[in-house]
Design a protein around this ligand. Sequence first.
Ligand code: ASP
Length: 353
Amino acid sequence: MSEPAGELSISQHAFAYQPPPIDGDFFGKHIISVDQFQRRDLDILFQAATSIRKRIRTQDRGLTELCAGKVMASLFFEASTRTDMSFQAAMRRLGGDVIAVSNGVRFSSMYKGENLSDTIRATGCYADVIVLRHPEIGSSYEAGYYLDLLNQRIDNPTVAISGGDGIGEHPTQALLDMFTIFDQKKSLDGLTIALVGDLKHGRTVHSLAKLLAYYDADDVRLCLVAPQSLAMPADICKLVAEHGIHVQQTDDLREIIAQTDVIYWTRIQEERFADESAYSRIKDRFIMTPSLLAQAPADAILMHPLPRKHEMGTRADHDVLDADRRSIYFEQMENGMFVRMALLVKVLRGVYV
Ligand code: ASP
């Protein structure tokens, strides 16, 4: 991980910390970055998520034994609906318990000036797994580094899972996005995938682009659709191309929409702009509307990590888009819980049958 400029509350250790590769075995491993994953790991995880989905559909009560007695801490220093709630729901459906700071992290000791590494280690003393969302790039690496130190001193080791670190990565979102693409398309081979919108600040697209590369499918085309000022970071474009994916960068979706199998829409991340006028200049550049979606192939899929704002048009447009069977963002959202259940079982218990 490269070091961002500016004042940091995380330590230098975070930048040297290398999260362990999964290498077919999830047990006890922090989930910090998609860099830890290879094709085989994704296949294992997606098989478990598919099995868990089936067991939920059939109301299999045995699910609640899988994480019985385990405790998950939810530590969210940035807004969240889906990531936070789907992790909580996942843990409860597996029979585990969930803890959080009463009245929210604004009442945690970090607001007395405690640093993140101490808060993480305090939480690690009580929980088996910590899901962390924090506004700084590298925060989840900081958690991994300090939990490893803590784990040498206490009997009950704790695993960190990133729920998103600033504009860095959102690994579990990318896992659920990939699962959704497989679920819908069955294979990545030959797909044209368009990532659209704020590719600079969007951590979900950073992680997804890398994960697509690591899967090493055949003949994948990745179209990065963004204005130049919000382009995908160059290091990610380079990595993707090195894995044999054909990368095309454009700021005009109409050029490619008719040939696109997967359209991944994102919001312009207003809260990440230092300058309000820069946001205002760019915010209306990419708006998905029913007439634009009409130009996509009949078997295309439209994804969005959500939340959505005006980048999907008006409320009336939302209703029309939602009714289109190509729009699968609610299925994508539900898949998030299945994939996170699979991940929790894997890191806390190792095996899953
Ligand atoms: N929910 C996603 C995230 O946390 C996408 C977004 O906020 O736009 O990154």
